[in-house]
Design a protein around this ligand. Structure first.
Ligand SMILES: C[S@@+](CC[C@H](N)C(=O)[O-])C[C@H]1O[C@@H](n2cnc3c(N)ncnc32)[C@H](O)[C@@H]1O
Length: 258
């Protein structure tokens, strides 16, 4: 079975929604998560870059060299287009590469900031992807992981996502509409905030499609991730817990300087 076509969703999102305003929200979310106003020329790798908006945002807040990788050629195409529109002269490159291809990953070199937001749990081999990603963090560098939280309902969601990728397009549309309603109400009840707010510069509708279609799908608790990453030589610096029980926990790690 083919997995979900994230790239198609990113292309549709980019066509209608990627603009300076969303770029500014994405940049602000990076500043908040990293607790830094400026990246001070840091080299940045965005693993599973999707629309490429965070790679462009990183440049906007002071990154030097930026590389975005994604396994899906349509994600790369969306990223290249967004770069051309938002920061055509920025030193950012996008290339098709899998986080599971350890040789290709090693060829990218090391980076001061490695950012893998919401991507490694969709690779089909999350722990191998985390290992490859962590290996690219330079001494003194930072790694951001956002990984779906483990919850009692996680296996049910896995089944829903599996189903979404097996049914015809018309049934997918129907599922998206039904789940948009359910997710809207559940998010409102849990967070008491308007679910249509543009979190991280994203969009509610495209996020719903990404959520119900996003397969392969894995999940872990923050402590499971922390234990695994500690074995790779990085220390946990900060956790931002998921806003909803099956959302993404954000973890910020640092690699000690030698
Ligand atoms: C939910 S999107 C997240 C996009 C972006 N990081 C963001 O925060 O908006 C997940 C992305 O991971 C990519 N992806 C899935 N498996 C991958 C792999 N093995 N290697 C690299 N990227 C992968 C998908 O193509 C998709 O663009």
């Amino acid at each position: 079975m083919r997995g979900f076509d994230f790239g198609a969703n990113w292309q549709a999102f980019s066509a209608d929604h990627v603009d300076e305003r969303r770029l500014a929200i994405a940049a602000q979310s990076l500043r908040q998560l990293l607790q830094r106003e400026d990246l001070g020329g840091a080299s940045v790798l965005d693993v599973g870059c999707g629309s490429g908006i965070f790679a462009v945002a990183a440049y906007g807040i002071g990154a030097g060299r930026v590389v975005g990788i994604d396994i899906n050629p349509r994600s790369i195409a969306a990223s290249v287009q967004n770069l051309a529109r938002l920061a055509p002269h920025a030193p950012i490159t996008f290339q098709q590469c899998s986080a599971l291809d350890s040789a290709a990953m090693a060829g990218l070199g090391q980076f001061d900031l490695v950012y893998a937001w919401g991507s490694l749990h969709h690779t089909g081999a999350m722990w191998a992807a985390i290992r490859n990603t962590a290996s690219l963090v330079a001494p003194g560098g930072t790694m951001v992981l956002a990984i779906y939280n483990r919850h009692i309902t996680s296996p049910i969601w896995r089944g829903i996502k599996w189903l979404y990728n097996r049914v015809p397009a018309i049934a997918q549309r129907l599922m998206a509409i039904i789940f948009a309603g359910i997710i809207y109400l559940a998010k409102l009840a849990v967070t008491r905030r308007n679910p249509l707010e543009k979190e991280r510069g994203m969009d509610f509708w495209y996020d719903v499609i990404d959520w119900i279609g996003g397969y392969p799908y894995e999940y872990a608790t923050p402590s499971e991730i922390e234990r695994f990453v500690a074995g790779l030589g990085l220390q946990l610096r900060r956790v931002v817990p998921a806003q909803v029980p099956t959302g993404c926990n954000e973890l910020v790690f640092g690699r000690p300087t030698r």
